[in-house]
Design a protein around this ligand. Structure first.
Ligand code: 2PG
Ligand code: MG
Length: 421
């Protein structure tokens, strides 16, 4: 029996937080309207779903119009059935025909419509049996790489995680304090710092890589002291952006340094010890399954997380599992394509004790669906950035989810239990 039948699908052109064209989709299902807008990355993995077909946004909208009749009547409350239908229409392994943006927006909007119709929060529609726990916010506060200009560090993201927080509100506040402490510390050395920010609202400052890490570590400690609980530091190297395949080296332009894979592994391990990092995302490039394993052997008490390596793709995760490449994974619904694809990935990861972090994209929207996805998939963290409307939208949604859980259970939601902290 169809629970919440899809009645109408309408797509439109919109703009994301970077001002790039994207699509938004309205799905009418049951008595309700769900709406979702597709985000986009800047450091995009080679194996991700292709966001748009040849011909871009207009072609995606044309195809959506052409094929949406094949989705009418399907059950909006069943993301996996919808994914099968989208995959049949698309017929390619990476949504290159209709575009991952279509798969993303249709599947998220349908799930939202179904949740509204059934008067349930989205997280419980997706995962009705699990006791909801709140993910720790993992916030980018000093940025570089492809998210900022050439004066900023080569390393893409320095991330704060308030691991000692017992309540979501305190966790969010802690990251805000880290963000402002970082500015204070940057200005101490650079009184003329103009307060520039990268794509995700992290400070884009004229800092070398290790200099940025020093400021970040100090900011985290200062914020910890102010707020009264522990905040840990993590890094997204986005190392595919540093990798020069021809030369076989990682290029750190800011420090005029080129590292062989062995030297990169050593460098990452040293940074981990020196700055007490608990989280290392994409420390090596997107094909380096074996080198990830080498790093895992020397770094024991930290999360080694695959983002471009895994691209929220189950078959890449299978490879990583067989090679024991990592103990953590980024979950980005739009990397996978549709919500159903991402949920399949999350199930495989969880069954194999891979710690999940649900993540935004650098070109994002004010949608907040991913906060529900994080709760529904049991993600231990959610990476959203700290500042900017499109970042705060997801964080504020965590407060609403907490309020809902409090009303239903009589007490605030517990925070997820994070390993290696
Ligand atoms: C990442 C993401 C989000 P982008 O590398 O983890 O921070 O960046 O969306 O540019 O891929
Ligand atoms: Mg990343």
């Amino acid at each position: 029996m169809v629970a919440v039948s899809i009645k109408e699908i309408v797509g439109r052109l919109c703009f994301n937080s970077r001002g790039q064209e994207t699509i938004e989709v309205d799905v009418k299902a049951g008595d309700c309207l769900g709406r979702a807008m597709a985000p986009a990355g800047a450091s995009v993995g080679r194996f991700e779903a292709q966001n748009f077909p040849k011909g871009g946004v207009r072609e995606a909208l044309r195809l959506l119009k052409e094929y949406s009749t094949r989705l009418i009547g399907l059950d909006a409350s069943d993301p996996k059935a919808l994914t099968s239908a989208l995959r049949r229409i698309d017929g390619t392994p990476n949504y290159s025909k209709i575009g991952g943006a279509v798969a993303y927006a249709v599947s998220m909007a349908a799930a939202e419509a179904a949740a509204l119709h059934l008067k349930k929060p989205l997280y419980s529609l997706i995962s009705p049996k699990v006791e909801p726990k709140l993910p720790f916010p993992l916030g980018n506060f000093i940025g570089g790489g492809k998210h900022a200009g050439p004066g900023a560090p080569d390393i893409q993201e320095l991330l704060a995680c308030p691991v000692g927080a017992k309540r979501i509100e305190d966790a969010l506040r802690a990251n805000i304090v880290v963000h402002s402490e970082a500015r204070r510390l940057i200005e101490k050395n650079q009184p003329l710092f103009a307060g520039g920010k990268g794509d995700e609202g992290a400070w884009a400052a004229n800092l070398g890589n290790e200099e940025a890490l020093m400021v970040a570590a100090e900011a985290v400690t200062a914020a910890s002291d102010k707020i009264g609980f522990r905040i840990r530091l993590g890094v997204d190297f986005a190392a595919t952006s540093l990798w020069n395949e021809k030369e076989g080296v990682y290029v750190y332009a800011r420090s005029a340094k080129k590292l062989s894979p062995e030297e990169q592994i050593q460098f990452v391990a040293e940074l981990k010890d020196r700055f007490d990092l608990f989280y290392l995302e994409d420390p090596l490039h997107e094909d380096a399954f074996e080198d990830f394993y080498e790093l895992s052997k020397s770094v024991k008490d930290a999360l080694i997380v695959g983002d471009d390596l895994l691209v929220t793709n189950t078959s890449r995760l299978q490879t990583a599992l067989s090679k024991r490449s990592c103990n953590g994974a980024i979950l980005k619904v739009n990397q996978a394509g549709s919500l159903g694809d991402a949920l399949e990935f999350a199930e495989l990861a969880t069954a194999n004790n891979i710690v999940l972090t649900t993540s935004h994209r650098s070109g994002d929207t004010t949608d907040s669906h991913i906060s529900h996805i994080a709760v529904a998939t049991g993600s231990k963290m959610i990476k959203t950035g700290i500042m900017g409307g499109e970042r705060v939208a997801k964080l504020n949604e965590l407060l609403r989810i907490n309020e809902r859980i409090s009303l239903e259970s009589g007490s605030e939601a517990s925070m997820a239990s994070l390993p290696y902290v």
